[in-house]
Design a binder for this molecule. Sequence first.
Ligand SMILES: C[S@@+](CC[C@H](N)C(=O)[O-])C[C@H]1O[C@@H](n2cnc3c(N)ncnc32)[C@H](O)[C@@H]1O
Length: 419
Amino acid sequence: MSDDTNTLYCGDNLEVMRTLPDEFVDLIYLDPPFFSNRQYNVIWGDEAEKRSFEDRWDGGIETYISWMQDRLYEMRRMLKPTGSIYLHCDWHASHRLRVLMDEIFGAKGFQNEIIWYYRGAGISKKRYGRRHDTILFYTKGKNWAFNADAVRTPYAKATVERFKHYIGNVRDGHDFGLQELNPKGKHPDDVWEISIIAPSANERWGYPTQKPEKLLERIIKASSNPGDLVMDPFCGCGTTIAVAEKLGRNWIGIEISYTACELMKQRLIHDCHAAIDSFKIIGMPTTIDDAKKLQHFDFQNWILRKSHAFANVRKTGDKGIDGFSFMHKYPIQVKQSEHVGRNVVDNFKAALDRVGQKTGFIVAFSFGSGAKGETARLNRDEGYYIELVTVNQILEGHTLTKDERGKKVLTDLPFKDNK
Ligand SMILES: C[S@@+](CC[C@H](N)C(=O)[O-])C[C@H]1O[C@@H](n2cnc3c(N)ncnc32)[C@H](O)[C@@H]1O
């Protein structure tokens, strides 16, 4: 097993892949953003975190394709000569991605265009319902793993019945004999009907583009063997790595969102029962400079998690409040800015008034004299207990806790970071 295996990288996959060796991965599955011009707002299942990731492309599909091209070339470099790659896409860009895959892996590398058919979505009065995704399956060399027996499907009832009453396969006066049904099931074909994840399903982690584990099970069982290395460079909330872990494969996951990486850590530990020291996480933000580079929602979640607080999942009513402290649920506002001014304090005071609170925290990189002066005045003259906390203080272990009179209290923390 290489040092890179069972590692979750938090970062841009292009930068991460450039640091990884040639020809060492057996199977790649990728489910990149779909060029769908949608913005996903994500609220985790435990209602404790929220983030958004953008799926928008200035410059249109050409920008998207060249962005994908750079990454797919890296994937080809990392794939073993016996390796396989599955690219998950949909009608938005599947036509262009197929051409791109032919260019990178060669038309001879094309094996299947898999149709993942699902019910329940995509209905329109103006056209047929759009109810499938496309998964392009390519291989790199002349030989590759394909375990059909591992993914056979049950025969249709009618086929089983027909074989029960077989009285001869006679054509043109010649009996071709009985072709027995394979006891392991029907040879798998390229149309897969697998349900999308139900709202109440155990495997649901609240990630809007989360794919069903069944889908990944088929791919991983068919195109890899136990002990092989499976990579997902856009791993989202970690469906591929969770299934790889459960099926005894080694894995590498890459994901740009800090929040998703944090979620995957929980999924590996709680869902896959992976020991905390059986995998590595590289690239999680630890410094002020890292924090400055985070997307806004990731930054908020990072600060809230570091300070053992909860995200505010309500969308209306308590505008200006990003989270609540662990102990007494005091409001918190998180600003990814330097020199935060007096207006932020005024707005936060208004938010406190709306929820009937006097105590709260504002977190930012730094505060200007206007914010400091106004906070001192509110605390002194109007009975508020507003505290201005810098990101640096949070990094030094400052937790957002106070008692009802605004005094600091010691608390048992709800969880400790192991990594
Ligand atoms: C469609 S989602 C993947 C969902 C995943 N298959 C699952 O089941 O959870 C695409 C993911 O790619 C991530 N992403 C986008 N650009 C990236 C990049 N340059 N490097 C790494 N991850 C990226 C997004 O944050 C998002 O989580």
